[in-house]
Write a protein that binds this ligand. Structure first.
Ligand code: HEM
Length: 357
């Protein structure tokens, strides 16, 4: 219970109204509010990603944000043959061989950054997760930039883009700040610019924001629920990703008509906005993590989406989290202090300080 109560703070601190609305409507499989559909049911969530034709460039969707961020058509906002081509290259770099090649980079970094725990000293896991994500992304993209610098530029670009996407009145200069943050990130990755820089920018943001959100939240939960005895269990990382649902809400827009498979039916019209609630599709709000009796893989993997656009970084993310949990387990850490990041693009901790128990 303590783990769940603490984790809820990342939502309440950053998106209290949205969280309240989602919680209030979650007993119904899908709820229409004007042109917006809140989709809570698991099968309807999958159908929203795989069976309804999607407008991948609509403003306020992940694809729209990616397109705005990079100024190009890249993965999230691509469809058809173009998507398949970019996707094949990315999937290869992030496949089993690619992950095995990258792994020594983060295991060595974890050895170094977690050393204070061996002396009984505390460690803040947010900067560790950021460095880990940035260093891995730099190696993946073969960019000559240090991991801390890359991670902070990627987080800044994502947070600025998220602010520029919020509905309602904005502070003057929001768009300019977002553009400048993206340009900075892109120039770090490929000083020459162009398409490779745009793809690298998008991948860096996708990898860094999710890892910095996911790893500290999963560790806090493992600390609070005392799950360290399961560190060698293959299902621990999956169960923690399921219950924290690092990308809890996938905003998508229908490009054409469709139907969500809920009792009584739920037609979708072209232009409807669907808020696909991964958190509820994963039963994250109801079922605590249980590595001894994990959710079937086909459900747990919904944390990474579904269908042709499902996350190509899932293997990397799972392996990294498993390695972080294994590296921490011998210290059986406890949380000393946790602060919410109110500006981040995804519900996240700004700092999560742990010490050996
Ligand atoms: C815990 C960590 C992560 C989570 C929870 C996560 C989650 C997701 C989700 C939900 C999607 C959308 C899927 C859909 O529309 O069906 C996605 C897409 C994507 N993710 Fe991840 N992700 C994570 C880590 C990563 C990493 C480490 C990378 C890269 C190294 C990455 C790269 C991407 C890319 C490129 C896409 C777009 C794929 C496409 O549109 O074809 N992600 N991710």
């Amino acid at each position: 219970m303590r783990a769940r109560t603490r984790d809820r703070r990342v939502y309440l601190g950053s998106h209290p109204l949205l969280f309240a609305l989602l919680a209030a409507t979650r007993r119904r499989p899908a709820v229409r509010l004007g042109r917006t559909l809140l989709v809570h049911d698991r099968e309807a969530f999958v159908a929203g990603l795989t069976r309804v034709p999607l407008d991948r460039t609509a403003p306020g969707t992940t694809g729209g944000a990616a397109g705005r961020l990079t100024g190009g058509d890249l993965l999230f906002d691509q469809s058809g043959d173009d998507h398949r081509r970019t996707r094949r290259d990315t999937a290869e770099a992030l496949g089993a061989a690619g992950v095995a090649r990258l792994r020594p980079i983060w295991t060595e970094l974890l050895d170094r950054r977690l050393k204070p725990l061996a002396d009984g000293d505390p460690v803040d896991l947010v900067p560790v997760a950021a460095e880990l994500a940035g260093t891995t992304a730099a190696a993946l993209l073969e960019a000559d930039v240090d991991g801390v610098t890359l991670a902070s530029a990627a987080r800044e670009a994502a947070a600025a883009a998220a602010r520029a996407h919020l509905p309602g009145p904005r502070r003057p200069g929001t768009d300019r700040t977002a553009r400048e943050a993206t340009e900075k990130l892109s120039s770090l990755l490929s000083p020459g610019g162009g398409d490779p820089a745009a793809l690298a920018t998008m991948l860096a943001v996708a990898a860094v924001t999710t890892t910095v959100a996911a790893v500290p939240r999963a560790v806090a939960w493992a600390c609070d629920a005392e799950l360290w005895g399961y560190a060698e269990h293959p299902a621990l990382a999956d169960e923690l990703l399921r219950v924290t649902a690092p990308t809890p809400l996938l905003p998508r827009v229908a490009a054409g008509p469709g139907e969500l498979p809920v009792p009584g039916g739920c037609p979708v019209r072209a232009g409807d906005r669907m808020l696909l609630v991964a958190r509820h599709a994963l039963d994250a709000h109801r079922l605590d993590p249980d590595p001894a009796r994990p959710m079937p893989a086909r459900i747990a993997q919904l944390a990474f989406g579904a269908g042709a656009h499902a996350c190509p970084g899932a293997r990397l993310a799972r392996t990294q989290l498993t390695d972080v949990l294994r590296a921490l387990a011998p210290y059986r850490p406890v949380v000393v202090r946790a602060r919410v990041d109110r500006r981040a693009a995804l519900p996240s901790w700004r700092s999560l300080v742990v010490r050996p128990s």
